[in-house]
Design a protein around this ligand. Structure first.
Ligand code: ATP
Length: 308
């Protein structure tokens, strides 16, 4: 019995490891809704990344061809800048990010990164160049350590801890009974939406890709933590001159962007800096005033409650 159990244990652990890596892949594919119709062209070369300029040329796209979401979009996202995409719900903000990541291909027009049509380069090199913090972060049924480490499996544990510190989540993790070995995911400990978002930022910091996308990435955080994390993300973007695109509802989180793009019905309604757009007195300035009024009301309520 003893003699038999050794190889069986060995096989068991190999099986578990293999199963885990298959599960990782499966989770990632399911959670990121990878579209199998998007494929590499034969012998597609890798993306040659230089400064990180993104261009949309006459791009049209609909999830169903009879219902266009992006309509003949022409847009240049300058390299190394902080860009925000804002606009009413359902206008196609997240769709723009999905097209850039090639979850889907546009039906018309083309998308270029540093002058290369993204359909002509290998998918793997494209996706390696992009880091996304999505609205809802996919977590593996694994430890917190593995979930952050996934950003860059070549990184050391110390680098994982450092990334967690920079994403303002190290202290929370250290406070969990099992620390970095805490199991998360569907079958693990429930962690809050805000912790998930910071975990995703830590994963992104570790991956350190040249293009950064944030899709409502800090919406689940309280104002204080959000400001701290945003200021860290801002310094990262500035220091490394990364092209970064923020999709946001709350304009207070993006008003300092180099360019703000206001999307409406799948096209650019307005574009410029916060000051320019406020002066213009159009859609952005309406959205800003509405949110500021709301913000002032909430603040007043808070202050009244504090006084009691
Ligand atoms: P929000 O601010 O509410 O997140 P958004 O501007 O990011 O919205 P998108 O998520 O880009 O909007 O969606 C644009 C439109 O496409 C919406 O009408 C949405 O219902 C539709 N849509 C999004 N994903 C799919 C999908 N996988 N299949 C079909 N329609 C979709």
């Amino acid at each position: 019995v003893f003699q038999l159990s050794v190889p069986l244990n060995f096989l068991g652990s190999m099986y578990r490891e293999l199963r885990q890596s298959l599960l990782d892949m499966e989770t990632l594919f399911n959670l990121q809704k990878v579209n199998v119709q998007v494929k590499d062209k034969p012998n597609a070369p890798p993306l040659r990344f230089s400064k990180g300029e993104i261009r949309f040329e006459n791009v049209s796209f609909g999830y169903r061809p009879d219902r266009p979401i992006i309509k003949n979009l022409n847009l240049t996202i300058p390299a190394g800048k902080k860009i925000a995409i804002v606009g009413p719900s359902g206008c196609g903000k997240s769709t723009i990010l999905r097209l850039l990541f090639r979850y889907y291909d546009a039906q018309e027009g083309r998308i270029l990164i540093d002058g290369q049509d993204i359909r002509d380069v290998s998918l793997d090199s494209l996706r390696r160049a992009i880091g996304v913090v999505p609205q809802d972060t996919p977590l593996f049924n694994n430890t917190i350590l593995h979930n952050i480490h996934y950003g860059n499996l070549a990184a050391s544990e110390d680098q994982v801890f450092e990334a967690a510190r920079r994403a303002h989540i190290h202290d929370s993790i250290s406070g969990f009974p099992d620390g970095y070995n805490t199991m998360v995911g569907e079958r693990g400990m429930m962690i809050s939406g805000g912790e998930k978002q910071r975990l995703a930022v830590a994963r992104l910091i570790l991956k350190d890709p040249p293009l950064l996308f944030f899709d409502e990435a800090t919406s689940a955080l309280d104002t204080h933590t959000e400001q701290a994390l945003l200021s860290h993300i801002n310094s990262l973007v500035k220091e490394k001159q990364r092209t970064s695109v923020f999709v946001a509802h709350r304009l207070r989180t993006i008003y300092d962007s180099d360019v703000i793009i206001v999307l409406k019905d799948g096209n650019v309604a307005e574009l410029g800096t916060h000051e320019k757009l406020i002066d213009r007195g159009g859609l952005y300035s309406e959205l800003w005033s509405a949110q500021e009024t709301l913000f002032a009301d909430v603040k007043e309520d808070d202050e009244e409650n504090d006084g009691k």
